[in-house]
Design a protein around this ligand. Structure first.
Ligand code: FAD
Length: 473
């Protein structure tokens, strides 16, 4: 989708604007250029503002690669909970500013998200959205840039259905609004070197700019006030997911975690501890908030720069920036490769020598393979929605090499469960490990015994997550 597409809105220009924000992975009010833009537009002629989260996930999932029937039932409990908490927090913030979050129900989230008088729960979120656009005579749509192929497809579909609506698309998710290099380098190392040579944001003299938070928001359209059928309603949870972790969705919790992390000594040793399998302070744990947009990457970078100035700048603090560049690289990689992100052969020319096998897939998903370390990681993922980077590499390597499975099923399972699911980071990392992506060294296989000895020498992690050997192993 182009960043700014204009339709013919001349017949609407004398009327009040009805501005629609489609939230996606920008679930916050601070440093959210999309929200600022929408508020300014609506305010400019005393118009109204419709703030919507419509999850097109279920509608669009199959269309990634129509030749392959992926296994995907519904969003895992932990991911669902984190998302719901994030939306609830956003709704609270929007209420304080004088508006509300509207929620269009996808089939992969429970209907209890919606108030009981939702008459349109059987209709897809996309159809509901079209009905609202037409009923409310939307004049402008504001969205954040995204590397999510299917989300962008939904935007394109809306643009062609409603060419008269003016689109405004802002960068809210990445360090750079545009690709920071002339072309996307084939490897991360080349990308990093080029970025650091020309755009060294970590060491720049100036603060990274953040958007001001709106002091208040224009109201929602009159016709929607008092109509509860679209209002977001948080899911009641039984509290089972994420028991072992402090991950709680939402911008409020993201800011608390940001403060706690940089008030601690953890950043100064990050590089030496980041590979641990299971400790809250051993890596930053920013990923779920970043992926859902509860935390702005600019705000995080400014906090890191502040830590380097006021506390210490060492190899570990540099390495946090280094990992954030990986995230950035995969974002531009996903933009560049579009639908190829989901192809079996990835961005290469050769099909991998792996295949679909339902029994092995089940063993991997259920933590009943022959490898205790893999089983423990998979149990942790299912119960908490999180797994360390080391764990992800171990289970992905096992999936591809020991079990010989088609990597896309692994990526899809991660998509279902990870609370930090991010289309670019997930599919980009899976391609990389499957040898069909951005890894110049080709397919990497991890020695599972060595990994176990190095990262779980006393078996504590395997015991905690009950990584027993499966019967069929
Ligand atoms: P830290 O080690 O503290 O890193 C700081 C930040 O840098 C992270 O929050 C993240 O935003 C970024 N980052 C770190 N490593 C990577 C990486 N390899 N690729 C991209 N960004 C990185 N990360 C996601 O955010 N969403 C995903 O869906 C995802 N899927 C993955 C799938 C596989 C197979 C693998 C191997 C990695 C995946 N990652 C994904 C990357 C990485 O595992 C997580 O970002 C990291 O474990 C999150 O924990 P943290 O915030 O403590 O990371």
């Amino acid at each position: 989708m182009s960043n700014h597409q204009s339709g013919n809105a001349s017949n609407k220009s004398v009327n009040k604007k009805v501005v629609l924000v489609l939230f996606h992975n920008d679930l916050r009010i601070e440093d959210n250029e999309t929200l600022v833009k929408a508020a300014t537009l609506a305010e400019s002629n005393q118009g109204s503002l419709m703030l919507i989260y419509a999850d097109f996930l279920a509608d669009s999932f199959e269309s990634k690669d129509s030749s392959q029937a992926y296994h995907f039932n519904e969003m895992g409990a932990a991911r669902q909970q984190f998302l719901s908490e994030s939306l609830a927090d956003l709704d609270q913030s929007l209420q304080r500013l004088g508006n509300r979050l509207l929620y269009l129900s996808p089939s992969c989230l429970s209907k209890s998200h919606l108030s009981s008088d939702n008459v349109e729960s059987a209709t897809s979120p996309f159809t509901q959205l079209c009905q609202l656009i037409e009923q409310q005579q939307v004049t402008d749509i504001c969205v954040s840039h995204t590397a999510d192929y299917n989300q962008n497809k939904s935007y394109v579909a809306l643009q062609s259905k409603y060419p008269q609506i003016i689109w405004h698309s802002q960068s809210t998710n990445t360090l750079f609004a545009d690709l920071p290099t002339q072309d996307l380098p084939k490897s991360f190392t080349q990308f990093r070197k080029k970025v650091e040579a020309s755009h060294d944001l970590l060491n720049a003299d100036y603060e990274v700019a953040v958007s001001p938070m709106p002091k208040s928001l224009p109201p929602m359209p009159d016709a929607l006030i008092g109509r509860s059928n679209y209002l977001f309603k948080a899911l009641p949870f039984d509290g089972q997911a994420q028991q072992a972790y402090s991950f709680k969705g939402g911008e409020t919790n993201a800011m608390i975690h940001l403060t706690n992390y940089f008030d601690s000594a953890a950043p100064r040793t990050y590089k030496t501890t980041r590979n641990a399998l299971d400790d809250w302070t051993h890596s930053t744990k920013f990923s779920p908030w970043l992926a859902n947009g509860c935390l702005s990457i600019n705000t995080l970078l400014n906090r890191l720069r502040h830590y380097e100035r006021e506390v210490i700048a060492n190899e570990s603090t540099y390495w946090i920036w280094f990992e954030l560049l990986w995230r950035e690289y995969f974002y531009w990689y996903a933009i560049e490769h579009g639908r190829n992100l989901f192809l079996f052969k990835g961005i290469g020319h050769q099909l991998p020598a792996t295949r679909f096998d339902d029994q092995r897939l089940q063993q991997w998903q259920n933590g009943t393979t022959a490898y205790p370390i893999v089983n423990a990681c998979m149990n942790q993922l299912k119960q908490t929605g999180y797994m360390s980077n080391r764990g992800r590499q171990i289970v992905a390597s096992c999936f591809i090499h020991e079990l010989g499975l088609d990597w896309r099923y692994g990526a899809t399972y991660f998509e279902q469960h990870l609370i930090d699911y991010d289309v670019a980071s997930n599919w980009g990392n899976w391609q990389y490990l499957a040898g069909v992506g951005a890894d110049p060294r080709g397919c990497r296989q991890f020695n599972l015994n060595k990994q176990t000895q190095q990262y779980d020498p006393n078996g504590d992690f395997v015991r905690q997550w009950q990584g027993v050997v499966g019967q069929s192993g």
